[in-house]
Write a protein that binds this ligand. Structure first.
Ligand SMILES: Cc1cc2nc3c(=O)[nH]c(=O)nc-3n(C[C@H](O)[C@H](O)[C@H](O)COP(=O)(O)O)c2cc1C
Length: 172
């Protein structure tokens, strides 16, 4: 599958087969994220792979607002550390912007690679970050914008509509 194939095929998947996603496959996803560009090449992104007992702990702690997450064979908690960017002046909001931007780019690489490998996922931002931070012992400085449940698709929803180019582009 080429890049445009993955871009066109990707859609949010919220139902997963009861089939493990191997560590080898998850490593392939993370390797795609690893190759993403980042501001000043700081690579502030960090990933916490959650399976089995740890997933149960998160579910029991009430970390997720949507019940489908408990059925995902694996969940990748996506985080980034804004304090890693060199400060040319006093700390300002730019570092936090960089962290969000860099993590989002990397996660997009990851999601497209997942699509290529026949996996289903969805960006999930509707989470209780404090619970996730507590259970996984994630440092206070890290942002945790979203998690990515990963599994083999057990649904085939229609693709969601998109705006026409003329609605989002000026001057083409
Ligand atoms: C930043 C972001 C946060 C999202 N948060 C959630 C979420 O918390 N729960 C959920 O079910 N879907 C979530 N989604 C999925 C969107 O609803 C979905 O991408 C959108 O409706 C378009 O559908 P598609 O991904 O199938 O093309 C999120 C997507 C993005 C990009």
């Amino acid at each position: 599958m080429d890049v445009s194939g993955a871009i066109n095929k990707r859609k949010s998947i919220r139902k997963y087969k009861d089939k493990d996603v191997s560590d080898e496959v998850i490593a392939k996803l993370l390797d795609a994220a690893r190759r993403a560009p980042s501001a000043k090449n700081v690579q502030s992104h960090r990933y916490f792979i959650v399976k089995g007992d740890m997933k149960e702990k998160l579910v029991e702690a009430g970390a997720f607002k949507q019940p489908f997450l408990k059925d995902a064979p694996a969940i990748i908690v996506c985080a980034a550390d804004p304090t890693q960017y060199p400060q040319s002046v006093d700390i300002d909001e730019t570092s936090e912007h960089y962290a969000y931007i860099d993590l989002s780019i990397a996660a997009s690489f990851l999601v497209l690679r997942a699509t290529e490998l026949g996996l289903g996922t969805v960006f999930v931002a509707w989470i209780y970050r404090d619970k996730i931070r507590e259970v996984l012992d994630i440092p206070e400085s890290y942002i945790i914008p979203f998690v990515l449940p990963i599994g083999y698709p057990n649904e085939n929803p229609p693709q969601k509509p998109r705006k026409e180019l003329k609605e989002i582009v000026l001057g083409l």
